[in-house]
Design a protein. Structure first.
Length: 219
């Protein structure tokens, strides 16, 4: 090194993991930013409160890792992932959400997320996940992998069965479902028997509970 040259400090921004955070809950956003800002090997480069802002800020800053809520206003998390990966297929995104239904996990993974964490994850788990994803690894907890495997192993519902299930979740009777879907009550009962079998349940209440947990209906 020549006289007068200065060695770049190890904690300069270029040496740290550059993180974009996107969450529409300001309290959560500020809390995550504070946690990450305290890490000597990380820096928050931008914060977004809706999906389109997340895409715009990603384009502007090109962060190493994006920490993304799944349900965002204007453009949801899956839409954000898809748009980001259209620009850079190697973009590293971590989904941090309160939702752990089968359908949510599958959609995020298919879109290309590198990690899927719940918001009740420990701080150390979140920070470790950011570091791992920055190294090019994936980070999906074993509990979510097991949940996903269990959901994928079950038989899929048909579109008509989903229609019946959605109305069932709204508290509709067989007669009301029949009228809404323009089918006989006998057909409704047939669909319900098939739904119960595929969901491995014995009652209407249990069917709604399991369907909600898997993300098939929203209560």
């Amino acid at each position: 090194m020549k006289a007068g040259d200065q060695e770049k400090p190890i904690n300069s921004e270029s040496a740290r993991i550059r993180v974009l955070i996107a969450d529409d809950h300001v309290t959560v956003l500020e809390g995550l930013a504070a946690i990450i800002a305290r890490q000597p090997d990380m820096v928050v480069v931008a914060e977004a409160i809706d999906g389109y802002e997340a895409v715009d800020l990603w384009t502007k800053h090109r962060p190493d890792v994006t920490l993304l809520d799944l349900r965002m206003p204007k453009l949801d998390g899956v839409g954000v992932i898809e748009k980001i990966r259209e620009a850079d297929i190697s973009a590293r995104v971590i989904v941090l959400t309160t939702y752990d239904t089968d359908s949510e996990i599958v959609r995020a993974i298919k879109a290309g997320t590198k990690a899927y964490l719940l918001k009740d994850a420990r701080r150390e788990q979140l920070l470790d996940c950011i570091r791992r994803v920055n190294r090019g690894e994936t980070c999906i907890p074993a509990s979510l992998i097991e949940k996903l495997a269990a959901g994928l192993s079950s038989e899929s519902l048909t579109g008509r069965e989903l229609n019946v299930l959605e109305l069932l979740a709204k508290g509709k009777s067989n007669k009301e479902i029949s009228a809404n879907l323009y089918m006989s009550e006998t057909t409704v009962k047939s669909h319900l028997r098939s739904v119960f079998r595929k969901l491995n349940v014995l009652s209407r209440t249990e069917a709604i509970t399991v369907a909600s947990r898997r993300g098939l209906v929203r209560l």
